[in-house]
Ligand binder design. Structure first.
Ligand SMILES: Nc1ncnc2c1ncn2[C@@H]1O[C@H](COP(=O)(O)OP(=O)(O)OP(=O)(O)O)[C@@H](O)[C@H]1O
Ligand SMILES: [Mg+2]
Length: 293
């Protein structure tokens, strides 16, 4: 099918503000994006730009105040709680900090089996599925009997991925899922995401502040700046030859290992800054000139 799995058109998100007759505060100002089946859309942007808010809108956790958000042809904004619950199997989530999202007193086996049993699976079938899932994410079988605190950060993130995969989702919102991990663990966990996608055809909305991470994992990338998507397109285009000055700044700020390249980047960064300063100075002076048409 060619219709996208998820489509946002003019999507706005606004949070209510406490206080009498205070208008809601709009965080996402009308963004368009699509996620096709089996595809990864990376969302990159600085802290506070609205990346998590976009993910939360998809999960039904942030109030949609305008535009449309369509999942597999169904409008998410107009769904009632019961319809939304049915969808919760299909749209799963992996957060940055797996420790706070795992129940510390439940074994990993119980954590993974719980949603299956709620779905009506019998215990033996659920146990088999849990062992399959552990194997799938590269954890030993005996992990089922252990508690979250007995695992490293990278292993806990594998547990979180297994939990998201358990109900057989078609879309996973991944909110900074590798940001708390060291570089080599980041790489292996990202490869796990990619492998799982190849095998299951699941789609990802993959949020990160790190352009290098987003570049590694995404087919397409959207760049968020102050609640707007300022640039989007194929990963190669957006992350190699970005058009928007903000993306150019993000790209130049991304760390790279090669010292020669790093020095070159520093020079490029300086030149870009100088050019932008020059541009805004020219704009300011022409704006103040009464004869400028
Ligand atoms: N529940 C809420 N009520 C009101 N404002 C909120 C709420 N949640 C987030 N915001 C505001 O929305 C803006 C965007 O936040 P968001 O968490 O989406 O940013 P982000 O891009 O994910 O940042 P980070 O990289 O730090 O995670 C911020 O200014 C934040 O203060
Ligand atoms: Mg966030």
């Amino acid at each position: 099918m060619n219709t996208p799995l998820l489509e946002a058109k003019g999507l706005k998100v606004a949070y209510p503000v406490k206080g009498f007759r205070k208008p809601p505060v709009e965080i996402v100002h009308g963004v368009d994006f699509t996620i096709r089946r089996g595809e990864t859309l990376g969302i990159v942007g600085e802290s506070g730009s609205g990346k998590t808010t976009i993910g939360r809108a998809i999960l039904g956790l942030a109030p949609i105040s305008g535009g449309t958000l369509t999942y597999d042809g169904h409008d998410l904004a107009s769904m009632n709680a019961q319809q939304r619950r049915k969808l919760s199997r299909e749209i799963q989530v992996v957060f940055q900090d797996p420790y706070s999202s795992l129940n510390p007193s439940l074994t990993i086996g119980a954590t993974l089996a719980e949603p299956l049993i709620v779905q009506g699976w019998d215990k033996a079938k659920a146990t088999r599925r849990v062992l399959d899932l552990l194997d799938r994410v590269g954890l030993p079988k005996n992990a089922a009997q252990r508690l979250p605190r007995e695992f490293s950060g990278g292993q806990r993130q594998r547990v979180a991925i297994a939990r998201a995969l358990a109900p057989g989702p078609r879309l996973i919102v991944c909110d900074e899922p590798v940001s708390a991990l060291d570089l080599s663990t980041q790489a292996t966990v990202m490869d796990l995401f990619i492998e799982i996608q190849r095998e299951t055809g699941v789609a990802y909305l993959f949020v990160s502040h790190d352009l290098a991470v987003v570049r590694h994992i995404s087919h397409r990338v959207g760049v968020v700046y102050a609640g707007d998507i300022v640039e989007q397109g194929r990963t190669g285009d957006v992350t190699v030859t970005p058009q928007h000055p903000y993306t150019q700044r993000l790209l130049l700020a991304a760390p790279i290992a090669d010292p020669g390249l790093q020095a070159q980047r520093r020079t490029e960064r300086r030149e870009l800054r100088a050019a932008q300063e020059h541009l805004s100075a020219t704009e300011a002076s022409s704006a103040s000139r009464p004869d400028a048409a």
